[in-house]
Design a protein around this ligand. Structure first.
Ligand SMILES: [Zn+2]
Length: 427
């Protein structure tokens, strides 16, 4: 589980999504335009449009005018909490704004939340999860919003608790882009219990690949769970989101063609060394070639005396790009470093654990003292070569898994997994 609270992660989301918009200063999007955009999204989801609500409009304007506490997220962990959504102060006494609404004759259940002025409805839905839980509820009926003096919008949404809400609502629709920080939000009907998980089928087992970023309540028993960012997803894979008995299939988009077209970046590497490097893939297993095609565009291969500071060969990863340094050109050494790159760029945590468990079951006893990346790199090199080269200086001396078993595990678990974009927040 991520140690970060949902609100912190929501703030991180705010950063990337704001940046993904226009590069110029944000324009103020009026409340009418926000409602129109939200209704367009609801229409795509087959949900009925929200209307204005005079009682709520007036109430939300009063509340928003006094909200001096909530400020637009400035840093990645300063997501505002909504100081006025469950209590407002009048003449020194705290009052629940939901009670004020019904006292003034308002109908159905109401909830309050925050949006950011100047952000599109899409960005707001991607960031402010408690508000999204109301805005994407099929039973929602009206929308009101008013600007605060410090750049936020207080939003009020009413929900008809007697309306039908049988199936979960998924937004956004379509294929997930693993580079985006928000992958998917699901608004769940009242009474949906259980821990939300994003699962992938690997061989005969379902592996948990992500826990939710947010799990928050809406109005009248609704619940929203969101996934993204806290894990990494591969391109072109199928997953399912499960919460109790609810299960929804999701798929990631194929790897971008422009990314697949790129190949290794060679730096200070003589032509003979390049040929030797590429030759290892030509003569290696077909699966190694297939994986290399996927992630070679994210790897620099550096030769010469400046390749590594102390060792003969090394590998390091910076975000979702790896550098392999090679001062010595020996097949095992090169493939060991390629193994590190696959470990870093191509295996997620469940995949690393599955390999480690298989090595331990096969009798490996170095778990105490050897990093799992080193045993993986060794075993990948042995697998690629089809043998343990005589006199090799490494962390292990035998092939722990048969070539077939290693191929099977690698096929099920390895794929290039891009990091999602993280950036500072736009003001
Ligand atoms: Zn190593």
């Amino acid at each position: 589980m991520s140690a970060r609270s949902p609100l912190v992660v929501a703030a991180v989301l705010a950063g990337a999504l704001a940046l993904s918009g226009s590069a110029s200063a944000p324009t103020r999007v009026g409340v009418a335009a926000q409602l129109e955009a939200l209704n367009a999204i609801r229409a795509q989801l087959g949900l009925e449009p929200l209307r204005r609500n005079l009682v709520a409009d007036r109430l939300v304007a009063e509340i928003a005018a006094r909200d001096l506490e909530d400020i637009p997220p400035a840093t990645l962990d300063s997501q505002p909490d909504c100081a006025v959504c469950s209590v407002v102060f009048r003449n020194g006494a705290g009052v629940d704004p939901r009670k004020l609404y019904s006292r003034r004759g308002g109908k159905s259940k109401i909830g309050f939340g925050l949006w950011r002025q100047g952000w599109s409805a899409t960005t707001n839905l991607s960031v402010f999860f408690p508000t999204a839980a109301m805005a994407l509820d099929p039973r929602a009926r009206t929308f009101s919003a008013a600007p605060t003096p410090r750049g936020m919008l207080v939003v009020a949404i009413t929900v008809d608790p007697r309306a039908v809400f049988g199936r979960p609502v998924r937004w956004p629709r379509g294929e997930i882009d693993p580079r985006r920080q928000l992958w998917v939000e699901l608004v769940l009907p009242p009474g949906t219990r259980g821990h939300p998980r994003l699962l992938e089928r690997r061989s005969s087992r379902s592996v948990v690949v992500a826990h939710p970023l947010a799990d928050t309540v809406g109005v009248a028993g609704a619940r929203l769970v969101a996934f993204g960012l806290s894990s990494v997803l591969a391109y072109g894979h199928r997953y399912s989101v499960r919460v109790g008995s609810v299960s929804t299939e999701v798929a990631t988009r194929p790897a971008p063609v422009s990314f697949l077209r790129r190949s290794w970046t060679f730096v200070s590497l003589a032509s003979a060394e390049r040929q030797a490097f590429l030759g290892l893939f030509r003569s290696g297993p077909a699966l190694l070639r297939r994986l290399a095609r996927e992630f070679d565009g994210a790897v620099d291969v550096v030769g010469g005396p400046r390749a590594c500071s102390v060792a003969d060969a090394c590998e390091r990863v910076d975000a979702d790009r790896a550098t392999i340094g090679l001062r010595r050109f020996e097949s095992f050494v090169v493939l060991h470093e390629v193994g590190h790159a696959i470990f870093d760029l191509g295996l997620d945590e469940p995949g690393r654990r599955l390999f480690l468990a298989a090595f331990v079951r096969a009798g490996w006893k170095g778990e105490c003292c050897t990093p799992s990346s080193e045993i993986f790199a060794d075993q990948l090199a042995f697998w690629a070569l089809g043998r343990v080269p005589p006199g090799v200086d490494s962390y292990s001396e035998t092939m722990l898994l048969s070539r077939g078993r290693f191929t099977e595990l690698l096929r099920q678990n390895a794929a290039y997994r891009p990091l999602s974009a993280v950036g500072p927040l736009e003001r």
